[in-house]
Ligand binder design. Structure first.
Ligand SMILES: *Cc1c(COP(=O)(O)O)cnc(C)c1O
Length: 381
């Protein structure tokens, strides 16, 4: 099955009782039993719910995975993965992670004795060098948020295998339309389904996809035992969202490229970060592992002041100034005061999240309207 078909039909069944084409919203916490322990495979909705099951199957299908798991948020999905480990275990992660992931690693799990090393994954050698006898996992995000750095998934997962580590890839920015980390050697794929998979800015959800039976058993156990599941209503919305993923991503990618090229040639802009531009430092790796380049990009202004960035952001008309990304509507964001404010300032500046850095989630509107909106605000700074 090819991708456009898979998002609609992959591992999906019509509802057996009525033939309903869309899975019903099984809005129930519990299920009747004929006698104690005698039931139809469903006991309690933290463990299993038919709507969530249908979603988990759809998630598995789009990442070419055997298994899918759905959680109450992207961070809940990451939390489930990190619970595989115990005190003194060591995890290597990229130095330009989603701010919430960085916060969870450094503020929550370091309290429980896990240790983390953050390295620039542009160069896979940095990962090799960071491995210690306690290293258990490599956590990879590519492209990264907000600087769109690209890491070589094949090279890094190869290092992971050679050292018998688990590799996990946060594939939120790319989506399975653009890259499939499991096919490139990763053990676990993670998504904030809040973003492109849901696609309509109407839910908060996380996903894990994987092939390994034993790893799945452990993660499924944690999902049940720690309980950070997603509910049936949100599951239904996400199934609906996933069905249009391919066609949305096609437009996100073409609009993203047009906006990136427009900004790159604009006199008020000093730098554009988009993996589809030849000026991107890892353009060759991006071209090798990504089918297109998506709708996320960041840029800096020649006037590198917070005031200039704020003026631009306050005057946008089609783009909405908001956190989050991946919905049909275009959003703009100021990482250093919004999504990435939880990273201490010296760290932030070191990795390049400066005062004028602006992140765009380019939506699927007519690109002429998006370019006109940007042209108008760039006149003001
Ligand atoms: C949003 C996001 C997350 C966290 O997901 P939530 O659904 O907000 O909990 C993790 N990684 C990336 C890349 C994200 O953009």
């Amino acid at each position: 099955m090819k991708f456009n078909t898979k998002v609609i039909h992959g591992k999906q069944k019509h509802e057996p009782a009525t033939g309903a084409v869309m899975v019903p919203i099984y809005q129930t916490s519990t299920y009747a039993q004929a006698s104690p322990g005698k039931h139809k495979g469903y006991e309690y909705s933290r463990g299993e719910n038919p709507t969530r099951e249908a979603l988990e199957n759809a998630f598995a299908a789009i990442e070419n995975a055997k298994y899918g798991l759905a959680f109450g948020s992207g961070l809940a999905a990451i939390d489930c993965v990190i619970r595989l480990f115990k005190p003194n275990d060591h995890i290597i992660a990229g130095d330009d992670l989603y701010g919430g992931t960085y916060r969870m690693f450094t503020k929550i799990f370091s309290k429980y004795g896990l240790t983390f090393t953050f390295v620039d994954m542009n160069n896979p050698e940095n990962v090799s060098k960071a491995i210690t006898k306690n290293t258990k996992m490599i956590w990879l995000e590519t492209p990264t948020n907000p600087l769109l750095k690209v890491a070589d998934i094949v090279a890094i997962t190869k290092i992971s295998k050679e050292n018998k580590l688990i590799s996990a890839v946060d594939n939120t920015f790319a989506t399975p339309y653009i890259q499939n980390p499991l096919d490139l050697g990763a053990d676990i794929v993670m998504h904030s389904a809040t973003k492109y998979l849901g696609g309509h800015s109407d839910l908060v959800m996380g996903a894990l996809m994987l092939n390994d039976d034993k790893l799945y058993e452990q993660l499924k156990f944690t999902q049940f035992a720690a309980g950070a599941i997603t509910g049936p209503m949100d599951s239904f919305l996400a199934i609906r969202g996933v069905k249009t993923l391919a066609i949305r991503m096609e437009r996100h990618s073409s609009n993203g490229m047009a906006v990136a090229q427009f900004l790159e040639s604009h006199a008020k802009v000093s730098e554009v970060f988009y993996p589809g531009l030849q000026s991107h430092p890892n353009y060759e790796v991006a071209k090798k592992q990504m089918r297109s380049f998506g709708g996320m990009l960041s840029f800096k202004l020649k006037d590198n002041s917070q005031a200039a960035a704020f003026k631009l952001l306050e005057n946008l008309k089609v783009f909405t100034l908001a956190e989050s990304l991946g919905g049909v509507e275009s959003l703009a964001n100021h990482p250093s005061t919004m999504t990435h404010a939880s990273i201490p300032e010296p760290e932030r500046l070191k990795i390049g999240i400066t005062e004028s850095l602006i992140r765009l989630s380019v939506g699927i509107e007519d690109v002429e309207d998006l370019l006109a909106d940007l042209e108008n605000v760039l006149k003001m700074v």
